[in-house]
Design a protein around this ligand. Structure first.
Ligand code: PAF
Length: 284
């Protein structure tokens, strides 16, 4: 519905709600695309999906401090609002919500959303507090905008499952839709953090996707998931990943360990290459 020239930016929850209320009164279906900016073709795919399936698309741009650990890259996370705004405007989004930290977390803010179990494993274990930060901000954004549908990339597969779970558990009347990972021609999943790779590391990085794809194929053929995980870890280390946080075959929804591929399963991994911690996942 939107056109490139009609993109406005709002920075307060009240102005966001006022804009959305007008559309809702007109019977329009609202799509929300939460982002932290530094947009790439993966985000563009989310915006395209929302624009194609909803009457109005709101893109949020907020580098959420609560999902960064003390030693993580919050202060240097790439920020370029003008570029991001132009990109989503060109895709036909209708509104950019770019609040400041004080608008989202005013002084005295004390409530956190913690998704027990699913939010404590894998990424939750490697990055303590990460999913509580994500779950808290996504809950707030969903309640601020109350869209009909919200769009998230499958690249952050565990994040998508955590968000689906909090929506179910908290009875938030929004559908969370996963959008397929966008990849470079050599298989590397697009990520804002790929910018941290040196040219030599960039050449090695596609080994991650290649390895996961092989594991998915072998497990799909009936090979033992644990043996495949061991093989994959060795493969990544041989290629130059200096630390493999995990490479694992899990149930596609609960992310609990599986012993075969009788239920939908997912291969997920996180591994370090130079300064970049890459994550990826492939369906079995
Ligand atoms: O995936 C992201 O970019 C972030 O985790 C999200 C969902 C926008 C929450 O800050």
């Amino acid at each position: 519905m939107g056109a490139a020239s009609s993109l406005d930016t709002v920075r307060t929850i009240s102005s966001l709600r006022a804009r959305i209320q007008g559309w809702r009164r007109a019977g329009q279906r609202i799509g929300l695309v939460p982002t932290m900016g530094a947009l790439h073709a993966g985000h563009v795919a989310l915006v395209k999906k929302s624009v194609a399936t909803c009457d109005r698309t709101v893109v949020t741009l907020f580098v959420n401090p609560t999902q960064f650990g003390p030693k993580e890259d919050f202060s240097v996370y790439p920020r370029d609002e003008a570029r991001d705004a132009a990109l989503v405007a060109a895709e036909g989004a209708d509104l950019l919500f770019a609040p400041g930290v004080d608008e989202v977390y005013p002084s005295g803010h004390a409530t956190k959303v913690h998704v027990g179990g699913l939010g404590d494993i894998l990424e939750g274990e490697a990055r303590p507090g990460f999913f509580t930060g994500v779950a808290t901000v996504v809950t707030k954004l969903l309640l601020q905008a109350l869209p009909d549908e919200a769009f998230f990339g499958e690249k952050d597969y565990q994040q998508l499952q955590v968000i689906k779970k909090l929506i179910r558990d908290l009875d938030i009347p929004v559908t969370a839709t996963g959008v397929q990972t966008v990849r470079e021609a050599d298989g590397l999943a697009l990520s804002s953090r790929n910018a941290y790779l040196t040219p030599a590391e960039r050449a090695t990085a596609p080994v991650l996707h290649g390895t996961l794809a092989q594991v998915a194929e072998q497990v799909g053929r009936g090979e033992d998931p644990r043996a495949q995980e061991t093989w994959a870890k060795a493969q990544l280390e041989r290629a130059g990943f200096w630390q493999v946080d995990y490479v694992t075959v899990r149930d596609a929804v609960t992310l609990e360990e599986v012993s075969d591929a009788s239920q939908p399963a997912r291969v997920l991994a996180a591994a370090w290459l130079g300064k970049a911690r890459l994550i990826d996942n492939v369906a079995v």
